[in-house]
Design a protein around this ligand. Structure first.
Ligand code: COI
Length: 360
């Protein structure tokens, strides 16, 4: 039987004026809505105690498994307001399925797709006034997460697990918006290894990425381009985004799945490729091939795709002793067209011919 998420109304929501000021310039991940959805799983009773309550700090025992062994997974998806005021989620079924995959990898209990989507709908309905206006620029970013909350210091899967969903109004993930980023090819760090957690959306992957992120910033880059080995090997992903290359002969190449995240935006871009006269190809791409083909002009565009970052042009890559501009160093025309296509479907301006939208 699926778990329900009844609303316990927040008696002291933010005044309308304060909320409107935040919605006018939300940034990314800085402000949170009035409520949160939650549920608890125990080995004895399964999932129970589903509810939507006022957003509040989470009481946690200092011995909770997540604080010691990082038994945690999360998701990211968005709700969009259409011109008629209605609110829609973009492909929540794919997030639900990935959450199940991540849970299995981190030895957490499975939350069924129906319950996952019900928890998100319940929160978005409670905080509907937090979904930004229809402007093609802003949305409500939704963050479901699950962690081992049992107080126990032995290393084994927690017998008590907590699930929460919070939400945050969002504009562009990068302060420069769609203008584009330069990626840092680290010679020190990798993101994932065969058999590891690279394909799971778990907090540990992001914790391990922070030192590389600092290295990227120190070298004037906004994000990392992870390779299969430090400084060499094959392209993986960018830590918060999947990678795509556009070739002069109209191939759209992206690294195949394995140790990278199975991105929802990635899957959507692959599906839309043919509508942009591009042949979608999933294969390994070596860093040497990338550098040589960029230098020769046979790779003309590069972009990154993710829920938070949508489609972000990659204008150059940099590493120890080299810097390579992609194309003419400006956002490419296919990149911008694919971005417009995805944002258009999400915001209801373009037909949802693939049936990706889910009405709340
Ligand atoms: C997302 O795009 O939803 C992500 O999870 C990236 C992020 C960690 C901000």
């Amino acid at each position: 039987m699926s778990i329900a998420f009844p609303l316990h109304r927040n008696e002291s929501p933010l005044p309308d004026g304060d909320r409107e000021a935040i919605l006018a310039a939300p940034g990314f991940g800085q402000y949170f809505t009035d409520h949160m959805a939650s549920a608890v799983w125990t080995a004895d009773s399964g999932w129970h105690d589903g509810k939507v309550t006022a957003l509040a700090p989470i009481p946690l025992h200092p011995a909770a498994a997540v604080l010691h062994y990082a038994q945690e997974i999360f998701e990211g998806l968005k709700a969009f307001r259409h011109a008629d005021g209605s609110v829609w989620l973009f492909r929540p079924d794919l997030n639900a399925r990935r959450f199940v995959h991540s849970a299995r990898r981190l030895a957490l209990p499975v939350l069924e797709e129906e319950a996952f989507i019900a928890s998100i709908e319940a929160l978005v309905r409670a905080d509907e006034s937090w979904v930004p206006a229809h402007d093609g620029r802003t949305s409500l970013y939704i963050r479901p997460f699950m962690f081992g909350s049992e107080a126990f210091l032995g290393v084994r899967p927690a017998a008590q697990v907590s699930y929460y969903v919070i939400a945050s109004p969002a504009a562009s993930y990068f302060s420069g918006g769609a203008a584009g980023v330069t990626l840092w090819v680290s010679s020190t760090y990798t993101r994932a290894a065969e058999g590891g957690t690279g394909r799971a959306k778990c907090g540990g992957n992001y914790a391990a990425s922070l030192a590389a992120q600092v290295e990227a910033h120190d070298n004037g880059c906004q994000q990392v381009l992870y390779l299969s080995e430090p400084g060499r090997g094959y392209l993986e992903e960018s830590g918060t985004m999947n990678l795509f290359l556009v070739t002069a002969d109209r191939e759209l190449i992206t690294p195949g799945l394995g140790t990278i995240l199975d991105g929802v935006t990635r899957a959507s871009v692959l599906k839309l490729a043919a509508e942009h006269d591009l042949k979608a190809v999933e294969r390994q791409i070596g860093i040497d091939e990338l550098r040589e083909r960029c230098a020769a002009g046979s790779i003309s565009e590069m972009f990154a795709a993710g829920t938070a970052a949508v489609i972000t042009p990659i204008l150059a890559i940099k590493g120890e002793g080299f810097e390579q501009v992609v194309g003419d160093g400006e956002p490419g025309s296919s990149t911008l067209a694919i971005r417009e296509h995805i944002v258009g479907i999400q915001s209801g301006r373009l037909a949802d011919s693939h049936h990706w939208l889910h009405r709340v």
